[in-house]
Design a protein around this ligand. Sequence first.
Ligand SMILES: O=C(O)CCC(=O)C(=O)O
Length: 267
Amino acid sequence: MSISILEIKKRQSGKNQSENSMGEEPEPQKVDDEEEKYEFDMVDQELDDLDKYLVPGTETVYYIPNYVTQNDHDIILKALKEKPGWKELPRRIVKKFGGDVTSEGLANKEELPDYLQPLAQRIYDDFIISSMPNHMLVNGYSPTDGIMPHTDGPAYHPEVACLNLGANSLLSFWKNQDDVRESKYLARVYCEPRSLVIFTDKYYSDYLHGIEYVHSDKMSTTPEDRESYIDNWKSLDTPIGEGVIEKDRQDVRYSITVRHVFEKSLE
Ligand SMILES: O=C(O)CCC(=O)C(=O)O
């Protein structure tokens, strides 16, 4: 059974009122006719046990295949592609929702759009991010695009979830910049469309993550092939073949980085 955005907002607004510990007035929920057009499946799904999805060899990286249904994936991807607001960076395109992330916290706060709210709600209901997600950064990568190794900084709640859409991609983790130079990976997580990657603790605050600027990704299921080993290979829908294979990136891959940004100064 699918559920309309109107129903989600009614539930959400009830929840926000009871959970507001700061004594602030909840923001009025804007409802109009156009909101009813997104018929999501995701409210009916439930995550059983996050530990089941731990990427082997890591302490706090999780890979959940097929986190959203094909219907929900397609609704979100279509809306992202069709609506304006994309900004071109040298090696990717980006779009942000929720406001501006500053060193003081979230500024120019905005509501998430109707086609992203159910995702925020579900991630919160599944206890993946312990404060209601209020910010999303969408990246679009053409096959040779990427994002340099980085950490996400202190303005966010120290948990991040990335939904993968459109095409496959490889997210890598390194301990530090020396290891980046030497291609010494802590983990290489292959991300199929509809999957969710979550990382917290040291993988969030200390270690670097990024997507390399290459047109194909090396893949292997043998741990001794450390430079090509895929740590989550057992969870993939499409099995990896024998030996070291090289897989071309086929299409634009989109990711939605879902976070809770602190709304007050950190000082
Ligand atoms: O696209 C991804 O999977 C990673 C995005 C990312 O690192 C970020 O938004 O900070």
